[in-house]
Design a binder for this molecule. Structure first.
Ligand code: 6PG
Length: 468
């Protein structure tokens, strides 16, 4: 008998995902060129798990029920193209290929167009939740042909994480909608991670918190409105002992953050769309600055830094919780704003409330806040920005003062709080009726006759400035 589901790429994510599929009662067949990985998966087959694997692409494709449902969990880039190339001679019209990696959205559009010519359905489906998520329930963000989605829906809904019984997967839109949403998910992820690292820095430098105290603060916060995967793992991280010393592992880790590109793509594309995402931008910048470790070390010796004042622990902890809450909201607001604009620009027809919904469990940015965000967008599908949702005004108003206090403290004491600062700047600018950018228009018209508009009447104006 033929198999329900095929998976190419039996690395950690692929292996875990296919086991998850089999756990849920679907028969699954894996393919990888690595014999060891194939054998390891074959060994998982038993009565409960109808699972098999092969190093031969032909055997793999032949083993699958039609229309074939083949998911690719391989590194983004050229490998995706070469896997598709190798599948093409064996698959048939109507078959479904699903790219589960973090592919760049224009690559997905190109692949979809190519495959459409052969009547093969192509999905870009972002999968979030890391190795554990893939095994036990990820959040899945599929985009592609709506009619073909019916074939993969039962499998995806079974394997996805559940929030109050609802699966964290939904058809998001045509073409690269799924990859685009996953890209922005990761941009938000970058912002939230940067913000938690700044709060850690403040607790340490201004409050003299030891690792247990940092652990305790994040743990306590995770029991309240800040409840989220990233706050939870942050609390755990401060408990982790180092095997090679008597210290905590966190104090032994080099402060250079790597990146695979999805955060940067979010910033780049947001800029192309003209949508500001300064918290995400600065999170990318900080990874870049962090990489300049030797330059930072040399520059540190050149300049004096203010001596950091101490803040009373309980006071700092309260301010930090409120500032983190405020800046988390602002980060989601920025990311969702990009999605709304991308939806118009690329014709994705995204429903933001559905996206917030499938982010409530399984993914890296899952958070209690996402239930509130879902509600806000369910109430008003065309909400221009989360910050103006009636559901959020009190939350933001009640926490912004603490962000101000900490940003001011950081500036005065030489502690960089770029994510927090940019979140505050974004909020202050977005909520200001009259910004000084009338001057920029005047300057542009002055030196380049670029024209300006007026507050008091319609039209386009130019002034011969020097003659006045
Ligand atoms: C997820 C993650 C994942 C991503 C890592 C690493 O949702 O499970 O976003 O897709 O690969 O977070 O990203 P960076 O290497 O760019 O930090």
């Amino acid at each position: 008998e033929k198999y329900d589901f095929g998976l190419v790429g039996l690395g950690v994510m692929g292996r875990n995902f296919i086991l998850n599929v089999a756990d849920n009662g679907f028969s699954a067949f894996g393919h990888d060129l690595d014999v060891e990985k194939v054998n390891a998966l074959k060994n998982e087959g038993n009565k409960a798990h109808k699972i098999d694997a092969s190093t031969s692409i032909k055997t793999f494709v032949k083993a699958l029920k039609q229309p074939r449902k083949i998911m690719l969990l391989v590194p983004a880039g050229k490998i995706v193209d070469s896997v598709i190339e190798s599948l093409l001679p064996h698959i048939d019209r109507g078959d479904i290929l699903i790219d589960g990696g973090n592919s760049f959205f224009t690559d997905t559009d190109r692949r979809e167009e190519e495959l459409q010519k052969r009547a093969v359905n192509f999905f870009g489906a972002g999968v979030s939740g890391g190795a554990k998520g893939a095994r036990l329930g990820p959040s899945i963000m599929p985009g592609g042909s709506k009619s073909a989605y019916a074939h993969i829906k039962p499998i995806f809904e079974a394997v996805a994480a559940k929030y109050d019984g609802e699966p964290c997967v939904a058809y998001l839109g045509p073409k690269s909608a799924g990859n685009y949403v996953k890209m922005v998910h990761n941009g938000i992820e970058y912002g939230l991670m940067q913000l938690t690292s700044e709060i850690y820095d403040l607790l340490k430098k201004a409050g003299d918190f030891d690792n247990d105290e940092v652990h305790n603060s994040f743990k306590k916060w995770n029991e309240g409105r800040l409840q989220s995967f990233l706050v939870e793992i942050t609390s755990q991280i401060f408990k982790q002992e180092d095997d090679e010393s008597n210290e905590r592992l966190i104090d032994k880790i080099l402060d250079k953050a790597k990146q695979k590109g999805t955060g940067k793509w979010t910033s780049q594309n947001a800029m192309d769309l003209g949508i500001p995402v300064p918290t995400i931008d600065i999170a990318v910048n900080m990874r870049e600055i962090s990489a300049l470790k030797s330059e930072r070390t040399a520059a540190d010796k050149i300049y004096d830094r203010p001596k950091v004042a101490t803040m009373e622990k309980a006071k700092l902890e309260k301010l930090a919780e409120e500032a983190l809450y405020f800046s988390f909201i602002v980060t989601y607001a920025q990311g969702l704003h990009v999605l709304a604009e991308a939806s118009k620009e690329y014709g994705y027809q995204l429903d933001i409330s559905v996206i917030a919904k499938i982010w409530r469990a399984g993914c890296i940015i899952r958070a209690a806040l996402l239930a509130d965000i879902t509600e806000a967008f369910e109430k008003d599908k065309d909400l221009p920005n989360l910050l103006v949702s009636p559901n959020f005004v009190d939350k933001v108003q009640g926490s912004v003062a603490s962000a101000r206090e900490l940003v001011a403290f950081g500036a005065k004491n030489g502690i960089p709080l770029p994510g927090l600062s940019n979140s505050l700047i974004y909020f202050d600018a977005y909520t200001t009726t009259r910004l000084p950018l009338n001057l920029i228009q005047a300057q542009r018209d002055y030196f380049g006759s670029h024209t300006y508009e007026r507050l008091d009447k319609e039209g386009i104006f130019h002034t011969e400035w020097e003659s006045k």
